[in-house]
Every structure is written in structure tokens, then in C-alpha cells.
Design a protein around this ligand. Structure first.
Ligand code: ZN
Length: 211
């Protein structure tokens, strides 16, 4: 039986989407960038909260509503604290809520740059015959699967595509177009290493920086 090397790649987008809006100060349509800070306003028994965006040209603010007229008594104290402390996780969750962002602008600009954190899933296999990469992404990523694999494996995109066409690289769940589509949480990529040249290089690329 061949040895399988199992790794987890946690893929995280580097930048939240920008929202294109009409900027009153620039008197033009400009991209607004998430500041990562919240503004909250408690009045009587109600709470409003916004995530603050700034015009990329002039710093004019646009407040993205994340909580509207919420009843204070119904708001979890941990959520209230996260809003008051500008919790990064909470800000990211709202900043990547694409369906909701699109209610405020027909132009939500996403970015393909990601960071990849690698972890070994089990013992290190000395000379693996197959590598199974599990992809986890808790936020939506725009990077295409072939670009991610090519970049992280040090291969050309045409080589990645050739391996896919030859079924030496199998994506699941996947389809013929999977390589050109954005990576998805829960996807696995199995690479048959037996007939590949430079296998040790590829294995070290797959593991590079792995914890
Ligand atoms: Zn502006």
C-alpha cells in the first residue's frame, strides 16, 4: 500500500473586499476600504452598530450598518464587547459577508491574494506515493484553484492543468472547470506522486512552512 501524506492548507484572503460608492467629497465613484473599526450608538434601549469604511482617495467615511435598532437586552454581552473593542474576527466576518455587502453597492471588489497556513494532518511520511491536501477557508476566497496550487507547489499553471487532465491530480468535490474556479472550503486535492519528476521538491513545497 502506498504511503499518503496528508496536509491541511488554511487559506485566508489578505484583504477584505472594497465597496464602490459615490463619494460626496470626491464627487466621484470611488472604492471604500474597510477600516476594521466599528462605530456604535446606544440610545435608550436600542443599539446601532456600523463597520466604518473610508474612501481610498480622500478618507471620507461610509458606515456599513451591521446592527440596526437592536434591543440592548437581546444583545449578547460578548458581541457588545467585540463591537466596542473593534474585534478583528467580527470585523472580518462582516467585511466578507458578500451577499449583504452587495445590498449596498453593485460593485463589491474582491481580491485574490491569500495567505496559506500549512499543517501536517498526521505523521510525516518519508517517501509518500500520494499527497492529499485539504483546503480550509472560513472566509470567501477569490483565488483560482490552479493559481493557488501553482503558486504553492512551484509549478506552472499549465503543469497543474496537465496533472488534472491526466487524473494525477484529483479535486473533490470538483468538475472539469474546478481548476479555474475559486478555491472552496472543504475541497481536497489528491496528487499522485509516483510518476512525477522532482517529487522531493514537490513534497517540500507542499510542506513548506508547515507546522
Ligand atoms: Zn472621496
Amino acid at each position: 500500500m502506498q504511503d499518503i501524506l496528508r496536509v491541511l492548507w488554511q487559506v485566508t484572503p489578505l484583504k477584505p473586499p472594497r465597496i464602490w460608492q459615490n463619494c460626496s467629497r470626491c464627487d466621484a465613484r470611488t472604492p471604500f476600504v474597510c477600516s476594521g473599526r466599528f462605530r456604535i450608538n446606544a440610545q435608550r434601549k436600542r443599539l446601532d452598530a456600523w463597520l466604518i469604511y473610508r474612501c481610498a482617495s480622500c478618507d471620507q467615511t461610509w458606515n456599513y450598518p451591521v446592527l440596526e435598532r437592536g434591543l440592548l437586552k437581546n444583545i449578547d454581552p460578548s458581541v457588545f464587547r467585540a463591537l466596542s473593542e473593534n474585534c478583528g474576527d467580527l470585523a472580518r466576518r462582516h467585511a466578507f459577508d458578500l451577499p449583504r455587502l452587495r445590498r449596498y453597492s453593485d460593485q463589491v471588489e474582491e481580491f485574490a491574494e491569500v495567505t496559506v497556513e500549512k499543517r501536517l494532518r498526521d505523521r510525516c511520511v518519508h517517501e509518500p506515493g500520494q499527497v492529499v491536501i485539504s483546503i480550509a477557508s472560513s472566509l470567501p476566497c477569490r483565488i483560482r484553484l490552479d493559481r493557488l496550487l501553482a503558486g504553492e507547489l512551484g509549478l506552472s499553471r499549465s503543469t497543474v492543468q496537465r496533472l488534472h487532465d491526466a487524473a494525477m491530480l484529483v479535486v473533490s468535490p470538483g468538475n472539469r472547470a474546478a481548476m479555474r474556479q475559486p478555491v472552496r472550503d472543504g475541497q481536497t486535492v489528491a496528487i499522485d506522486l509516483r510518476s512525477l519528476e522532482r517529487t522531493p521538491d514537490l513534497v517540500s513545497a507542499i510542506l513548506k512552512g508547515a507546522a
